[in-house]
Design a protein around this ligand. Structure first.
Ligand SMILES: [Zn+2]
Length: 222
């Protein structure tokens, strides 16, 4: 706790005092361009990895970065998606999974959450991921299997996202694009799903075009 309070002092004395105009503007309104949906995991810092500032991203976090199908569960995630798309008119939605995800480990080893009824209930929204991995990735083991689970889960949640009427309508109007990312904690790399290639590819790094150029030359959304 002491560490958090020290951080608050530091924020107010340094960052806030040098960005007063920004916070004055944000005090009145917000107009983020992106809805960022990721896992609750402490090791992911969406603003740090994207270098986005206050007001840039509307963020939804839950265990396993799950988006339940609209006809199966209306909860806080569905409400946040609707608000971001309808009220804030975000242009982009990113679903970002990550390496070494505890929720995805629970998909592979459900007995690990046997004593956690709320987790068990929530993870039913990953049942499609579980089925797909069981049927298609039985030959993999260890980290390779976990990585496949993390990636497939992001793709399934993107499909679930499309079942939300606000998302489907905005995509139909050409006003919204959705993207699937996987963040690798130990290297800082982000891999984006490339629909044309049917695989996750590095979004940054040597030999990869800057983001704007990448968006022009490749369709990274699905
Ligand atoms: Zn996670």
């Amino acid at each position: 706790m002491q560490k958090l309070v020290q951080g608050l002092h530091q924020f107010q004395n340094k960052y806030f005092s040098s960005h007063k105009e920004l916070f004055e503007r944000l005090g009145k309104t917000q107009s983020p361009e992106t809805l960022f949906i990721t896992c609750s995991d402490s090791r992911i810092d969406p603003n740090l990895i994207t270098q986005a500032g206050p007001g840039d991203m509307f963020i939804v976090r839950n265990v396993g970065n799950l988006v339940a199908r609209y006809d199966q569960h209306i909860g806080s995630t569905a409400a946040a998606i609707e608000f971001a798309v309808v009220a804030l008119k975000v242009k982009t939605i990113v679903i970002c999974g990550h390496s070494n995800c505890g929720a995805m480990k629970a998909v592979l080893e459900p007995e690990a959450i046997e004593a956690m009824p709320a987790m068990k209930e929530w993870m039913t929204h990953a049942s499609e991921t579980s089925r797909l991995v069981r049927e298609n990735y039985g030959h993999l083991e260890g980290e390779a299997k976990l990585t496949a689970t993390v990636e497939e889960n992001v793709l399934i949640q993107l499909e679930n996202l499309r079942t939300h009427p606000s998302v489907a309508a905005a995509m139909e109007r050409g006003e919204l694009r959705i993207h699937g990312w996987v963040y690798k904690i130990q290297t800082g790399e982000v891999f984006a799903y490339d629909a044309a290639q049917g695989e996750f590819a590095p979004l940054t790094g040597p030999g990869v075009a800057p983001l704007d150029e990448a968006h022009r030359s490749r369709d990274l959304s699905i």
